[in-house]
Unconditional design. Structure first.
Length: 128
């Protein structure tokens, strides 16, 4: 229920119109595909996208490309790894530890489906 403004205040000249959907439901709400929440998060989408265009990337490469911190990258990479969207290999180059990531077949398929879903969102939005 809308609240009345106190009498000493004037309503804004260009106040946005809010539709009360209980009394005036939208004419037709388009069906939109469910997005993969795992990929949809900005950092994880960045990781998957960067790996889709490279055979593999080191932890430091991803950190540099995505302009993020060690902790942030680790948390998001681990979630993608647990879902089997990316693989992680740890090894030493001489005495220097390295971590390298690759996009798995499951991750590549999930990204392709996510991009199809986003394209559908865009198409529906442009047609409305």
């Amino acid at each position: 229920m809308a609240r009345a403004l106190p009498s000493h205040r004037k309503p804004a000249k260009h106040a946005p119109q809010v539709r009360d959907h209980a009394h005036h439901p939208p004419a037709h709400a388009p069906e939109l595909p469910e997005l993969d929440r795992l990929i949809h998060e900005r950092m994880r989408l960045g990781i998957v996208s960067a790996l889709a265009t490279n055979d593999s990337l080191s932890f430091n490469d991803l950190k540099r490309v995505l302009k993020t911190t060690d902790g942030n990258l680790s948390v998001h990479a681990r979630k993608l790894e647990e879902a089997d969207y990316i693989s992680c290999v740890k090894f030493f180059e001489g005495r220097v530890p390295r971590t390298e990531y690759r996009l798995t077949a499951k991750g590549r398929a999930a990204l392709a489906e996510y991009l199809d879903q986003m394209e559908e969102w865009i198409r529906v939005t442009r047609e409305s």
